[in-house]
Design a protein around this ligand. Structure first.
Ligand code: NAP
Ligand code: MG
Length: 505
């Protein structure tokens, strides 16, 4: 029997096969729990439940205000259980408890609050003025899409779950979520809390953990699904599009990145160095929008690189449950192996890193050194190097020199990705001019990583399709239906448009 069950049709249950899979604390290697392992059958059952809840249940017929109130109850439930949820998040995924308490859990809570506000305030109908046809009146109704599935990665499991569930439910859809296999616990615990509190009608929210190749593929391909929202790698994103194309489902894709953080020559160097390190190494660089390419003006290059090295030496790695740890482990030893392969490649491409380039040697007893990796900085990296082009998803920074703003923009845009970026500068007008020319979905000026549910988030180019959050992130969960009303209910036998057909003008 599973310690963490799936939620289908208002019931917490084991998988149909009875199978489970283990989830681990990467900091120590200890097993945390057995999780119900879904397969295609469970995913199909969850989709069917969501379909019934949409077609026959009260949820899509409720007013936006009523649904908003339910989402606010979920937000409150998250707040009331934040200590437990933070600990689950840190233990299962390896992010620090500091991050979980300050960002992950409150971030998910505020996503539910924002989409509650959207449901409460965004109109369900817009009247159109100025019809080209005499006497008709015209309006647009905004309706839910139906069954929406969400597939999320392991780097921000709880926030990512909230970004899929909250907008879908707010707009009147029903939802099936698949968490990542490394980090299923926080989403399953939320499902359990919501179910125990009896907040939603059965089938409105379903959560099924299990492999991407079975549960994930079913959620993207099933013909009863009306929309799929995916966050993860660009490679799997392409597969999701293929699967969704079978029934021409709309997709939202939030994919990889290789974002540039541009440091102009008029930046406050201390502030900018802190900003670049925060922008790269937060959560060990396992962040899709990390500024993993620091583009630094040649005139400040040496001084700036020294500051980066000096400051990154002070970053402490340790038990993520310890409030004093700056960084915990990566999500799994296999992710450390990926990082090691890229660092070996970087040594071939550009030489020895200025700092890092190895696992830590000073971890406390009981921690698994194979799960950790020291922040690593390569300098003098040509933008053509693979370490400057490919997403590493670990604590590896490539520093790239430039001489003019035009050159910085050209380097920043020379990427298959376009998720985010930064500009660090003392001159806001100049910084905004640079930001305007960057082909990315978000640019932070003199900041980084500040994502808020009120602001749209998503990528250009191969970083994705569509925007989550903001008003845009609500509207993509609704259909627009145009209604045309001719008030002349009788008496026009020679109707103008019939005349167009028949020639009896
Ligand atoms: P991933 O391998 O793409 O997996 C993401 C999710 O998709 C997981 O739930 C995974 O399930 C599932 N999946 C895998 N193969 C699938 C398939 N064939 N069909 C349907 N679902 C499938 O990515 P990851 O390794 O978890 O996360 C790291 C990547 O995500 C990075 O490349 C990063 O840039 C990207 N990311 C992007 C954003 C963003 O907002 N743009 C945010 C976070 C992460 P399993 O866990 O069971 O394999
Ligand atoms: Mg785990």
């Amino acid at each position: 029997m599973a310690d963490y069950k799936m939620l289908i049709d208002g019931e917490l249950c084991d998988s149909a096969s009875g199978e489970t899979f283990a989830t681990y604390n990467p900091a120590t290697g200890e097993k945390i729990a057995d999780v119900a392992k879904g397969d295609r059958k469970d995913a199909e059952r969850a989709v069917a439940a969501a379909r019934r809840a949409f077609d026959e249940g009260p949820w899509p017929k409720m007013s936006g205000a009523e649904r908003g109130a339910k989402l606010r109850e979920i937000a409150q439930l998250i707040a009331d259980n934040s200590a437990e949820l933070s600990e689950i998040e840190a233990r299962d995924g390896g992010g620090t408890i500091r991050k979980a308490m300050m960002a992950d859990i409150p971030g998910a809570q505020s996503a539910f609050e924002w989409f509650a506000q959207m449901a409460e305030t965004r109109p369900d109908r817009t009247d159109l003025e100025g019809s080209p046809f005499p006497v008709s009146s015209n309006y647009v109704l905004f309706e839910p899409l139906g069954v929406c599935t969400g597939i999320v990665p392991w780097n921000f499991p709880f926030i990512m779950a909230s970004w899929k569930i909250a907008p879908a439910l707010a707009a009147g859809n029903t939802s099936v979520l698949k968490p990542a296999s490394f980090t299923s616990l926080s989403a399953l615990r939320l499902a359990q809390l919501i179910n125990d509190a009896d907040i939603l009608p059965p089938g409105v929210l379903n959560v099924v953990a299990g492999p991407g190749g079975t549960v994930g593929e079913e959620l993207a391909g099933n013909p009863m699904v009306d929309k799929t929202a995916f966050t993860g790698s660009t490679e799997v994103g392409r597969r999701i599009m293929q699967l969704a194309s079978g029934t021409v489902k709309p997709v939202t894709l939030e994919l990889g990145g290789k974002s540039a953080n541009i440091v102009l020559d008029d930046a406050d160097l201390d502030q900018a160095a802190a900003g670049v390190l925060w922008g790269t190494f937060m959560h060990g660089g396992q962040v899709c929008e990390s500024g993993t390419r620091a583009l630094v003006h040649a005139s400040i290059y040496d001084e700036f690189v020294n500051l980066l090295v000096e400051r990154s030496a002070k970053i402490t790695l340790g038990d993520p449950l310890d409030m004093a740890s700056d960084l915990g482990p990566l999500v799994d030893p296999s992710q450390v192996e990926t990082v090691e392969r890229y660092v070996a490649l970087g040594r071939e491409e550009v030489g020895e890193p200025l700092i890092g380039g190895h696992k830590p040697t000073d971890l406390a007893d009981g921690l698994n050194p194979d799960s950790f990796y020291r922040p690593t900085i390569f300098a003098g990296v040509p933008n053509t190097a693979r370490i400057a082009q490919e997403e590493i998803f670990g604590p590896v920074l490539s520093v790239i020199p430039f001489s003019t703003d035009d050159e910085a923009i050209a380097i920043a845009n020379d990427s298959i990705y376009g998720l985010a970026g930064g500009v660090q500068s003392g001159n806001l007008e100049r910084a905004e001019a640079v930001a305007a020319r960057m082909r990315t979905g978000t640019v932070w000026i003199n900041d980084y990583h500040l994502i808020d549910p009120k602001r749209p988030f998503g990528g250009y180019k191969q970083s994705g399709i569509g925007r989550e959050l903001g008003t845009q992130g609500y509207d993509i969960y609704r259909q627009a239906k145009h209604i045309h009303v001719n008030p002349e209910t009788a008496g026009r036998d020679n109707h103008f448009h019939y005349a167009l057909l028949s020639g009896e003008i």
